[in-house]
Design a protein around this ligand. Sequence first.
Ligand SMILES: Nc1nc2c(ncn2[C@@H]2O[C@H](COP(=O)(O)OP(=O)(O)OP(=O)(O)O)[C@@H](O)[C@H]2O)c(=O)[nH]1
Length: 345
Amino acid sequence: MAAKRLLTLARDTFSHETTINWFPGHMAKGVKQIRDELRAVDLVVETRDARIPLSSINPQFEKLIGGKARLIVYNKADLSPQSIQETVRLELQKRNSQRVIFTDTNVNKSVRRVLDTAVKMARDDPVKYPQFAIMVVGMPNVGKSSLINALRRIGVNRGKAVNTGAKPGVTRAMSSKVKVFESPPVYLVDTPGVMMPFIADPITAIKVALTGGIKDNIADELVLADYLLYRLNRFDQVDYCKTLGIDRATDDINEFVGILGRKIGALRQGGELDVDKTVQFFLRTYRQGQFGRLCLDDLESKDVEEFFQRNLQDAPLSKNQNKKLLKAAQRQRAVDKAKAKNLRN
Ligand SMILES: Nc1nc2c(ncn2[C@@H]2O[C@H](COP(=O)(O)OP(=O)(O)OP(=O)(O)O)[C@@H](O)[C@H]2O)c(=O)[nH]1
């Protein structure tokens, strides 16, 4: 029943005009540190989010990392459909020959493949690599620190070396060297998550925020919830109704928030609906993977081609252009927040 209803009501497209930007000082510093330390690094492990295989590519790294040996690690694979893995590998292979590995930091077998790559490189050329150095880079909250802790647990059977956290921006500075293998000796460093200074495409920004890459108070959570609802309905992920214990699917975010808020008892004093609490509950449930494995990026060849054309082949923005765009985005964010506040009152 529910599936039929969803198909007829679902929106075909989602449009949103305002992008979200978050590039605090520690990220600019992080970029500089990465650049400074890169010379001493033998392998860059670029970590991305398997739920957004395209949107978690930071074009900044393309320039920064240049010709260094690079391994692409799509982490949080437990939250993304297994069926996308081959497609992603093939699409990336078409564009360059970087090796791609999918990991879940709780599953040793998947993380071990990252270690194996480094150890093999070190063993193949012991003269060149008396000590092998890995640098882990990636967007905020993709699981870089968790990956490092997992590598250490597997490689040298030692405990946590760097802090992790469910919020983006936990790692704010480059870590000191962490040993992850004894013989040959393999070390690595963690780096702060680096966001693009400007995300031109508002939908890409929504996806990054939805998967936890941007601080929640920077993004409009109601817009994130609306996009998630659109995505669940559009792609027939009908089980979200069952997971939330609601019996009626809708593609209207206001109606949905009303239904869910009443179901979970998110009410203010006087019985008024607590929209923020309801929306946060919905986002949290998604991020915990309770709606099943979902990929938010479209991965048909034409979509991938369009993404690369749009995001990775454009000339990089100048410092001034960046500044101007960031200021415009900040102004727009203030306007949006005021609008959202009015809506809620
Ligand atoms: N489901 C799932 N969650 C993961 C995985 N790896 C990490 N996490 C969770 O993702 C969150 C972020 O992990 P971190 O390791 O702190 O991420 P980070 O990339 O170092 O974050 P920054 O400090 O922002 O750079 C934490 O809540 C982790 O428990 C994974 O493979 N699967």
